[in-house]
Write a new protein. Structure first.
Ligand SMILES: O=C(O)CCC(=O)c1ccccc1C(=O)O
Ligand SMILES: [Mg+2]
Length: 343
């Protein structure tokens, strides 16, 4: 894989704050179904010389963590595009931890995806709930479809060993972040002994050292999100260094952020897995007239023009807008204080 040009990166100046704020908009988009504890997704959108870009760390993230998301937004809005190796990206449907009887309805907006990722281990739910939901998802995609699960680190090693073996009845493509720590993932992976592949998500995107999971033999697959990893170029370098197959995924972005993910997926030398970039289907509203909705199990690789009317219609209130602008200012200072090569 071509290495990002270190000199070009190091010499890329940080755009001044005023340039980021000029034309910046904050939206609050309703979700169709509650997902990871939220039913509204807030995002700050900016316009760089390359087009619209997105800064949308989750509201509870601190500035140090959120600064990487800003580096990604700047990379996508201000840096020259990388060569695209494909024009469309196969995606999975993403199924929140809904009741089994609601699965078909919640999956409907995703259209005909051959792969579905099922959220499991939701607080307050049981393994029986997960078994029913995964069974219903398998029913929807049929025997030739692929079913993967995501526990967001909620299980202990013992719980995960029981749950993953039980859910394997429905033929799992992999289990994403079944436990919280790298050591736990490694232990579970040893115990499962190849019965089900392990993918690392939070252990990559929230780790001080995103490569530790690969060095520890804690996962078979890395889940890679452009925003938390500091952008497309940084994500490509990480994937190459990890030496593991990658699943490019979204952070529940608007179509603008999804287009960043699509451009990352398009730059990959090979794509072994369907990408978690179908999440526009989880949004009840988006910022583009032609959002990056999955169609025929794929999304297109294209830049997104935010629509003026939709930006107005879904504008966050004044207090939230000011909160995001302040956050942008603070994260910009964090980046300004870092050596350019670290951006
Ligand atoms: O991977 C997907 O299918 C969609 C993205 C997704 O699940 C997600 C979206 C926002 C925050 C966390 C996660 C996650 O993978 O844990
Ligand atoms: Mg995940």
């Amino acid at each position: 894989m071509p290495q990002p040009d270190a000199d070009a990166l190091a010499s890329r100046p940080l755009p001044p704050l005023g340039e980021l704020l000029a034309g910046a908009r904050v939206v609050a988009l309703p979700l169709r179904t509650r997902f990871r504890g939220i039913d509204t997704r807030e995002a700050l959108l900016m316009q760089g010389p390359q087009g619209w870009t997105e800064f949308s760390p989750f509201v509870e993230y601190d500035d140090a963590e959120s600064a990487a998301w800003l580096a990604a937004a700047i990379d996508f809005g201000w840096s020259a595009p990388l060569p695209q190796r494909r024009g469309s990206i196969p995606v999975n449907a993403t199924l929140p931890a809904v009741r089994a009887e609601d699965v078909a309805e919640v999956l409907a907006p995703f259209g005909a995806c051959r792969t579905v990722k099922v959220k499991v281990a939701e607080p307050g739910q049981s393994l029986a709930d997960d078994l029913e939901r995964v069974a219903a998802a398998r029913e929807v995609v049929g025997p030739t479809g692929r079913v993967r699960i995501d526990a967001n680190g909620a299980w202990s090693v013992d719980e995960a060993a029981i749950a993953v073996r039980a859910l394997a009845e429905f033929d799992l493509e992999y289990a994403e972040q079944p436990c919280r720590t790298v050591a736990e993932l490694a232990e579970l992976r040893r115990r499962l002994d190849g019965a089900v592949a392990i993918a690392a998500d939070e252990s990559v995107r929230k780790a001080d050292d995103p490569l530790r999971v690969a060095r520890a033999g804690a996962a078979d697959i890395v889940v890679v999100k452009a925003q938390p990893l500091g952008g497309i170029r940084a994500a490509l370098s990480l994937i190459e260094a990890a030496g593991l197959p990658a699943v490019i995924s979204s952070a529940l972005d608007t179509s603008v952020g999804l287009s960043m993910g699509a451009h990352l997926a398009a730059a990959m030398p090979t794509l072994q897995f369907d990408c978690g970039l179908g999440t526009a289907a989880l949004l009840a509203a988006d910022v583009a007239r032609h959002p990056l909705m999955p169609s025929g199990g794929a999304i297109e690789v294209r830049r997104i023009d935010a629509d003026a009317e939709l930006l107005d219609e879904h504008a966050a209130d004044d207090a939230r807008r000011e909160w995001w602008f302040e956050r942008l200012r603070r994260c910009h200072s964090v980046l300004a204080s870092q050596p350019p090569a670290a951006r």
